[in-house]
Design a protein around this ligand. Structure first.
Ligand code: ADP
Ligand code: MG
Length: 494
């Protein structure tokens, strides 16, 4: 398959299709909906509007393909998944451009990077196939007692739009290597790049092993969760939808993995390397993605001695970032995903401004270009003078808005950091080992870093506590714990 680096042409080519049983097909109902470029407000393609009938076709195809897929030697599956990674390596530019076009994420700082991570995740899991091992158990001298890992069957994968290819890859790769077959339901805002990834992977995978449908949540996602042949669901998205999915899975008594929201704290002590902390805040807050990340460092607790210097340096750094056309190499920050998301973010900023004592520092500058006039740009905004218990500091905004709050001590910072419904990620910045160790023990989060703020990495377990979700992703354990079940086998030797 030749890469197509014209994202408009590629979007048109993929228009109105699911990928089921190895073939690109329209929705059974014939319906479709518009996919819009958030930088211009213009339609770039239609997406197939899937419903229960399409889901049923996709799940049936996956169920038919599953026994033969599971019967392959594990390393054969791993090799195929690694070969998929190599195929993708030729499509990084193409995929980066396509995801930039449909999501508004800047190509250089976000979209191309995301495309690379997809190949990396597949490569990582492809190499882990031989780790699908069991144990022998010294239960009785007369018996040979073993455990073995078996696939669950058909896995339903439901993904959001903020890093659609990466989040999909971290779910489908372990599911496939473990011997499951998969039906993905893409996010309505970003159905194209993930469809393209699946199309590329289908060159290597047998038909039906990896299927993808597009459509709206209640109409297309819900029937996937409820389908009797789906034995596990893995979901990344909002807390609200996570609860709905967990309820439906509970009805069927099937396992779910949920990666939900966050309001991730960053603590900066007075002995921290301030320059590094500022760089870390920009990266952690994902300003290049307009803050649309569940790990966004959206609550920054800074020791009072360095608070003002930190805020000034952070503002200067974000001011230097360029907002613009997502496909332009010079652009650091692209757009938000959709009009409702834009209204939500602007609403938070407005309410924040109206709060007593709050100060809103708007950074960077909106693009001047006439063609981007309808673009969904929001200026990154740093709030100071707010308390941890206000909505701005408690609710997930999913936009380029962060709160910098003054603290007097590490203890105060940790206590405030933990005053949150969420517990996904956290960072502490200090040059004192004891302070760092103490914080890593006490911070209630699934992913804690000292003096850095990097994103999810293949090989490191990733996931949340409290309302941030259930289960872990991205690691070997994630594959073993969430995409297999353990069978105990006992041979009586008498
Ligand atoms: P957002 O805030 O972006 O709408 P959601 O959690 O609602 O976040 O969406 C994440 C994914 O979950 C999307 O693919 C969406 O279509 C899907 N989804 C939404 N509602 C449901 C539902 N009731 N059942 C299954 N999937 C759903
Ligand atoms: Mg929704």
């Amino acid at each position: 398959m030749t890469p197509n680096i014209d994202p408009h042409a590629l979007a048109a080519e993929l228009s109105g299709r699911h990928l089921i049983d190895g073939a690109l097909v329209a929705a059974r109902s014939g319906r479709s909906f518009a996919v819009v470029n958030p930088a211009t407000g213009r339609e770039i393609a239609q997406a197939a509007q899937g419903d229960a009938a399409d889901v049923d076709n996709a799940v049936a195809a996956a169920a038919r393909a599953q026994p033969a897929w599971a019967a392959l030697p594990a390393r054969k599956r791993g090799t195929l998944v690694s070969e998929c990674a190599r195929l993708l390596a030729d499509h990084i530019e193409e995929l980066g451009r396509l995801v930039a076009l449909e999501t508004g994420k800047a190509l250089r700082t976000e979209s191309r990077v995301e495309a690379g991570v997809v190949a990396d995740a597949l490569q990582f899991y492809g190499g882990l196939a031989s780790e699908l091992k069991g144990e022998s158990v010294p239960f009785s001298p007369e018996m040979l007692t073993l455990t073995q890992r078996e696939p669950i069957g058909v896995v339903g994968v439901i993904i959001p739009w903020n890093a659609p290819m990466m989040l999909m890859a971290l779910k489908i790769a372990p599911a496939l290597v473990a011997g499951n077959t998969v039906v993905v339901k893409s996010a309505e805002e970003a159905p194209l790049a993930v469809l393209r990834v699946c199309q590329i992977l289908n060159q290597k995978l047998p038909p039906g092993v990896l299927n993808i449908v597009s459509g709206f949540g209640p109409e297309c996602g819900a029937p996937l969760v409820q389908h009797p042949l789906v034995g596990k669901v893995t979901f990344t998205g909002s807390v609200e939808t996570g609860r709905i999915i967990a309820r439906a899975a509970g009805e069927k008594l099937i396992p779910v993995t949920l990666e939900l929201g966050g309001k991730s704290p960053m603590i900066v002590m007075d002995d921290a390397d301030l320059d590094k902390a500022v760089v870390g805040a920009v990266a952690g807050m994902r300003f290049t993605r307009q803050g649309q990340s569940c790990t966004a460092a959206s609550r920054i607790f800074v020791h009072e001695k360095v608070h003002d210097a930190f805020v000034a340096a952070l503002k200067a750094r974000v001011d230097a970032m360029k907002m613009g056309d997502p496909l332009d190499e010079a652009t650091d920050i692209g757009t938000l995903i959709s009009r409702p998301q834009l209204d939500k973010v602007l609403g938070y900023i407005e309410r924040g401004r109206a709060m007593k004592g709050a100060q809103a520092l708007e950074c960077s500058a909106l693009p001047a270009s006439e063609t981007l006039r309808e673009g969904l740009f929001v200026r990154p905004t740093i709030f100071t003078g707010v308390d941890n218990d206000c909505p701005l500091a408690q609710e997930e905004i999913f936009g380029p808005v962060t709160c910098v709050m003054r603290v007097r001590s590490g203890d105060e910072a940790i206590a405030l950091a933990n005053q949150s419904d969420f517990g996904l990620a956290a960072t502490i910045w200090t040059s004192d080992l004891k302070t760092a160790l103490n914080a890593t023990k006490r911070l209630q989060a699934g992913f804690v870093q000292v003096n850095q703020n990097i994103v999810v990495q293949p090989g490191l377990s990733y996931g949340g506590v409290k309302q941030s979700g259930l289960g872990r992703e991205a690691s070997l354990e994630a594959m073993l714990d969430h995409f297999t079940h353990k069978k105990t086998v006992i041979f009586n030797m008498n």
